[in-house]
Ligand binder design. Structure first.
Ligand SMILES: [Zn+2]
Length: 145
């Protein structure tokens, strides 16, 4: 399997697809890299939030907190409802109904790393449920907790 040789620079990190609970790590899908992977496999770049973002519970902004973002827990002054590290919370409505079943992380040694995620869409690949090794990794949408 061909993984990208290097991670993108900070400025090239794309829109956030998922936020991992607790650690508030950002996951951004890369459809171009995903095209070279097998069926159901998708490539994501991950970005570790800064200490400040974590400390203020910034959970809906991309790479730094945007005070005008009224969806962000830091703006609202509340603890993020994204609290379970075994759940990838969906912040992109196109990915509300997918279920990541396996994640394989690829470490590029910086703040931006990568991973392959097997995504199954419950409504399309109903039988994929039987293939799940564990149920630890799920997608939740913020407003529906
Ligand atoms: Zn924020």
């Amino acid at each position: 399997m061909a993984y990208p040789e290097s991670a993108p620079r900070y400025g090239q990190f794309g829109d956030v697809t998922f936020v991992r609970g607790g650690v508030l790590e950002r996951f951004s899908i890369d459809l171009e890299v995903s095209r070279g992977l097998g069926r159901g496999m998708y490539w994501f770049w991950t970005y570790e939030p800064t200490f400040h973002m974590l400390n203020t519970q910034c959970d809906m902004c991309k790479k730094r907190h945007i005070p005008k973002n009224i969806e962000c827990s830091a703006t609202l002054g509340v603890r993020s409802p994204f609290d379970n590290p075994n759940i990838l919370y969906s912040v992109d409505e196109r990915f509300e109904n997918v279920r990541p079943t396996t994640i394989r992380f690829v470490d590029y040694g910086g703040k931006i790393n990568g991973c392959v995620v097997y995504l199954s869409r419950d409504n399309i690949y109903a039988q994929a449920k039987e293939l799940m090794i564990n149920d630890a990794t799920q997608v939740h949408r913020k407003g529906l907790l």
